[in-house]
Design a protein around this ligand. Structure first.
Ligand SMILES: *Cc1c(COP(=O)(O)O)cnc(C)c1O
Length: 376
């Protein structure tokens, strides 16, 4: 947690639950990635945290943007981004959204199917397009499963078809899954996708861009490799695949930029020893699955939780949210331990909650208001 956030929480004691977000930390993360991977152009994945203060700061830093919807595109434009600096990176787009993005002058478009390609040709004639290839997501705590991407063989056909449809087949992309903790996943994906650069050049289509997607991890409960380790693995894989003839390299970090820039302040609603024979206490917070902590599904993302009693004797806990829904359990199997002194009314902090939290909050389920946000 940054000193700025600690001071804000101490001085303001904001009503909980709320997110306090240090925009300077997002800038530091952006600069760290830029420094580690200078060959890459950074397209911030807007969905990780689309708040205006974040987008405006990134515009000032010269960031590009990966947007998933026309609403995200227009949020970037409102924050001052140039349309050419925006990629419409969702492979699933409404025709009306494509047409509106094209009218704005949005720079490039993702696809992974013939059907989407035809939509692009009709509603964004002549646009620069890139094909998303499915790669292994092993090592990712929040994998993207089978929903996106196509095979290398199919991508080859689709890129040739893109040219026939009058589009500009500019490059290829992949995404190794979010909160990816294995540097080898990028190496394998780069090697796999690079083959198609040669293959398509032989077929008369000269690609000029490889998009490595996002996935760079934030530190939650467990340690993760630093950005330098990812950059070294990626640099070596690119050198092996392309030598000196590197295409334009794009990365689309979301979580890495904003994850550790935010802290959720929460209040303990109840601590109960539900079974006197069971040492596991149930701790209910005023934020849960529906308050924005959607990534606790399957206990995939394990947030660090700080309490006022840290350093004193602790015991095992299950941790849940405040709603009347049985799915609103954050952690039951991940061996969380919290201080025995923890009690209702205590304020706790969920660390590194700047990514994928505010926008996952429900609109008043059980009457609970959406998460409040403070950008400082
Ligand atoms: C979600 C997403 C990202 C960002 O992923 P992170 O793991 O947050 O870095 C990047 N690219 C695409 C296409 C995505 O869907």
């Amino acid at each position: 947690m940054t000193q700025k956030i600690a001071r804000y929480l101490a001085d303001h004691q904001p009503a909980t639950p709320c997110l306090v977000f240090d925009v300077d930390r997002a800038e530091e993360n952006f600069r760290a990635l830029q420094h580690a991977l200078p060959v890459a152009r950074i397209y911030y994945a807007v969905k990780a945290n689309p708040a205006a203060p974040v987008l405006e700061r990134l515009v000032r830093l010269g960031s590009f943007f990966d947007a998933a919807s026309i609403e995200e595109i227009e949020a970037c434009l409102a924050a001052g981004a140039r349309a050419e600096a925006i990629s419409f990176g969702n492979t699933i787009k409404k025709a009306s959204a494509i047409a509106r993005a094209h009218a704005h002058g949005v720079g490039m478009y993702a696809f992974d199917s013939a059907e989407e390609l035809e939509k692009l040709a009709r509603h964004a004639p002549g646009a620069a397009v890139y094909c998303r290839i499915m790669v292994a997501n092993a090592g990712a705590d929040w994998p993207l499963s089978r929903k996106f991407g196509t095979t290398v063989e199919r991508a080859r056909e689709l890129m040739l078809q893109a040219r026939e449809l009058g589009l500009d087949p500019m490059g290829l992309s992949f995404h190794v899954g979010s909160q990816q903790t294995s540097t080898a996943s990028y190496e394998a994906a780069i090697a796999k996708v690079a083959i198609l650069f040669t293959d398509l050049r032989d077929a008369g289509v000269k690609l000029r861009m490889m998009n490595l997607g996002g996935g760079f991890p934030t530190r939650y409960r467990d340690e993760v490799p630093g950005i330098g380790a990812f950059a070294a693995a990626i640099g070596a894989a690119l050198a092996r695949a392309f030598g000196n003839a590197l295409p334009d390299i794009v990365v689309e970090p979301g979580r890495f930029i904003v994850g550790d820039a935010g802290v959720v302040a929460s209040e303990v609603v109840l601590v109960s020893q539900r079974d006197p024979a069971d040492p596991v206490r149930w701790v209910y917070l005023d934020i849960g699955r529906f308050g924005g902590l959607a990534e606790t599904e399957g206990e995939a993302i394990k947030y660090r939780i700080a309490t006022p009693h840290d350093g004193t004797a602790a015991g095992p806990v299950s941790i849940a949210g405040p709603t009347c829904d049985g799915a609103d359990i954050l952690y039951e199997k991940s061996n969380y331990r919290l201080p025995l002194a923890l009690t209702a009314g205590d304020r706790v902090e969920l660390r590194a909650t700047g990514a994928y939290v505010t926008t996952y909050a429900s609109q008043g389920f059980n009457g609970f208001a959406p998460l409040k946000e403070h950008y400082i």
